[in-house]
Design a protein around this ligand. Structure first.
Ligand code: ZN
Length: 55
């Protein structure tokens, strides 16, 4: 029972994991996914959460 709970919590945290992408700017680096916030290594723009981008 305890193991099931751990697996369940892990699944939730995995789904809510934020993926950061480059601010859509038309370059190839738009498609790269980063695991944390920061600056894009290609164009230097801020990385934003993928879930915050609405197309
Ligand atoms: Zn970029």
């Amino acid at each position: 029972m305890k193991i099931l709970m751990v697996v369940f919590l892990f699944a939730i945290s995995f789904q809510s994991k934020d993926e950061y992408v480059c601010t859509p700017c038309g370059y190839e680096c738009d498609k790269e996914v980063h695991s944390g916030s920061g600056k894009c290594s290609s164009c230097g723009m801020d990385l934003v959460k993928r879930s915050s981008i609405k197309i």
